[in-house]
Design a protein around this ligand. Structure first.
Ligand SMILES: [Zn+2]
Length: 138
């Protein structure tokens, strides 16, 4: 059996798409605000002369509104968005990011914890507290 994040009863959504940005509303916007934004944008689209080119946009807007106006779907979408954002951050930060690869080295002299980039040569690194060389074995 295939387990998905999206129960069949909920409108389908794509967590990679920012529906809030599409509807130009805040992620915590009230349902009424979302409804008004949706109608206002559709009104602008409906008046647009290039209706063919606007079709895809209208489809995405409808999808955004279908999800965000459905409380359970909105909650599922928000949760999926948070997971997506977290994954994206982790991917973006790997593997060249020094902060992500930082390690904690305890000073052999005073015992203070020093946060260092993972590629630091301990033979040259000194303790931030006592200035002792961190690479010296006790
Ligand atoms: Zn120290």
């Amino acid at each position: 059996m295939i387990v998905t994040d999206q129960p069949a009863a909920l409108p389908k959504f794509d967590p990679a798409v920012d529906y809030y940005a599409l509807l130009q509303v805040h992620p915590r916007a009230h349902a009424e605000v979302i409804k008004r934004a949706y109608r206002a944008i559709l009104g602008v689209l409906g008046a647009h002369p290039d209706l063919g080119g606007m079709h895809d946009h209208a489809v995405r807007l409808n999808e955004a509104y279908a999800v965000l106006s459905h409380p359970a779907a909105r909650r599922a979408y928000d949760a999926a968005r948070r997971r997506q954002t977290l994954r994206t951050r982790l991917i973006k930060r790997a593997p060249g990011d020094r902060a992500l690869r930082a390690r904690i080295v305890r000073c052999p002299r005073c015992g203070a914890k020093n946060r260092l980039p993972a590629d630091t040569d301990l033979a040259y690194a000194v303790c931030g507290k006592c200035r002792g060389v961190l690479g010296v074995e006790r």
